[in-house]
Design a protein around this ligand. Structure first.
Ligand code: GLU
Length: 493
């Protein structure tokens, strides 16, 4: 039987989930599900200076919201308390520190002379770095403490002297590894640093903990962002030093903004929570994010959850960065909105309308359903409903309502069009049939067509040149709504 595939998403909880992190989690998830393997959520919180209250709960909630179910790791129970499940726990690194998991392995490296105690002060390290920079050299540790004998080092440690533990890299050794996306990579140890493995507070560094944990948790594929590829030789060397088999490494192309720079908080919205708030559908966001750096064989762009699982493979992950394009996301989202029932869409848009004060809690269900059906094809995301539907609720008996379109309303021709429309509605009740044909009727009666026909009507009814189809505008405003607006325009422009 072939080995069971085990992958993990191992974020450091920072208080929000970056869209690139969501993609890493998603690819791990898809790969695990495609291969019938296991997906693990491990928390890498050994950098205590970066601790953020509530970050863990938030992270778990995002995973749950995104539908990325995992088999082992940290979960929330019904009282919202963090719990851990799985045979290889604990899954929170700070908990693992408490259990002494890493100590044993540090000791092993020290005993085998593959690591050493370093007593250099921060001041010395800072000066060294400055000097190296000034000399145009790569800043790295100069190996001063490598020369201290084991006995002396242990005595100094016993005496309570502050220290870290560093890896003892062999001189001039090529470290090779194969990345599933980038192919064969190698680096010589002369271009590497004697990395700190254990900090002075007794906590392991990321580089040490990640190797120990991936090994103990039987991870077969390390799937993570590109930014870790340069650290991988350190990890590969550690596997070798321990005599462990290294997992397969899969480094995913960076998620770029439209400016082709790494998508960062500085140039865009980057957190999953931001996209949730803006009114993107979960399935649409997941569908789109899967396509940032990957495409299926079929080149399909709209893929359900199950189709993603079926079609996902690392073979079609691109080597270069994937551009995160919000307009493309809008398009994918609009495709999902079109498939929603009026009732479902109504319940999604209602909170936005309430928030904007456009409706109150007593609003009739019918009205919201009507809005949902009216704007379904025009919406890219739920939050747009307030600007699209604003004209229905805003006070049109105020010239400001028309501030962007008054030029369309002043001509004699515009008045003729509006009067003709009003005339028809004084004799006929609005219904779908009439809504579909009424513009033709106005055209026939007035002989006016094209922009000169449509702009005055759209402008008078909505205060804008753009928006939903005329048919929908007529239906939602009804006879009274239309006639009232036309009267105001005829009197004031
Ligand atoms: N804790 C690392 C992060 O925050 C995980 C890197 C890895 O997956 O090895 O991204």
């Amino acid at each position: 039987m072939s080995e069971e595939i085990r992958v993990r998403f191992a974020p450091s909880p920072t208080g929000y989930v970056h869209i690139g992190g969501l993609r890493t989690a998603l690819y791990n998830y898809l790969f695990a599900r495609h291969n019938g393997g296991k997906f693990i959520l491990r928390i890498e919180d050994t950098d205590r200076t970066r601790y953020v209250e509530g970050a863990l709960e938030n992270l778990i909630n995002v995973m749950q919201w995104a539908g990325l179910e995992y088999d082992e790791g940290v979960f929330l129970d019904e009282n919202n308390q963090v719990i851990e499940k799985g045979p290889y726990g604990p899954y929170i690194q700070s908990e693992r520190v408490k259990e002494g998991v890493y100590k044993e392995y540090i000791q092993k490296l020290l005993d085998e002379d593959k690591a050493y105690y370093c007593f250099c002060s921060q001041e010395r390290l800072d000066n060294l770095r400055e000097q190296q920079k000034a000399d145009g050299l790569m800043p790295r540790y100069d190996g001063l403490c490598r020369g201290i004998s084991r006995e002396e080092a242990e005595e100094r440690v016993k005496a309570g002297e502050e220290h870290v533990v560093r890896i003892k890299l062999p001189a001039n050794k090529d470290i090779h590894f194969k990345d599933a996306i980038k192919g064969n990579l190698s680096i010589n140890t002369s271009d590497m640093d004697d990395q700190v493995l254990m900090k002075s507070d007794g906590f392991p560094t990321y580089h040490f903990a990640v190797v120990v944990d991936d090994h103990l948790m039987k991870i077969t594929h390390v799937v993570r962002g590109d930014e870790w590829v340069s650290s991988t030789p350190k990890h590969v060397y550690l596997y070798e030093a321990f005599g462990w088999e290294a997992p397969t490494f899969v480094h995913l192309p960076t998620v770029l903004g439209k400016d082709k720079k790494k998508l960062s908080k500085r140039n865009a919205d980057v957190s999953v929570e931001d996209f949730k708030k803006k009114g993107y559908l979960r399935d649409a966001l997941i569908n789109y994010i899967a396509l940032v750096g990957w495409s299926p064989d079929s080149n399909q762009e709209i893929l359900s959850h199950d189709e993603l699982i079926q079609q996902f493979s690392f073979d079609r992950v691109s080597k270069s960065g994937g551009v995160f394009d919000e307009q493309k996301l809008d398009w994918v989202n609009s495709q999902y909105i079109k498939e929603m029932s009026d009732e479902d869409l109504a319940s999604e848009i209602k909170p936005y309308l309430l928030d904007a004060g456009l409706i109150d809690e007593n609003v009739e269900e019918e009205t919201i359903n009507e809005l949902a059906s009216t704007f379904k094809t025009a919406l890219n995301r739920f939050s747009e409903i307030t600007s699209l539907a604003g004209f229905i609720f805003e006070n049109f008996e105020d010239k400001n309502f028309y501030s962007e379109v008054f030029q369309n309303l002043e001509s004699e021709e515009a008045h003729t069009v509006l009067k003709t429309l009003k005339n028809i509605l004084e004799n006929e009740e609005m219904n779908e049939e009439l809504a579909k044909t009424i513009m033709k009727k106005v055209q026939k009666e007035t002989g006016i067509k094209g922009k000169s026909l449509f702009f005055p009507v759209r402008s008078a009814l909505t205060g804008s040149e753009h928006g939903p189809e005329m048919l929908h505008i007529f239906m939602i405003l009804g006879n009274k709504g239309i006639i009232d607006r036309i009267n105001f325009v005829l009197d004031n422009f």
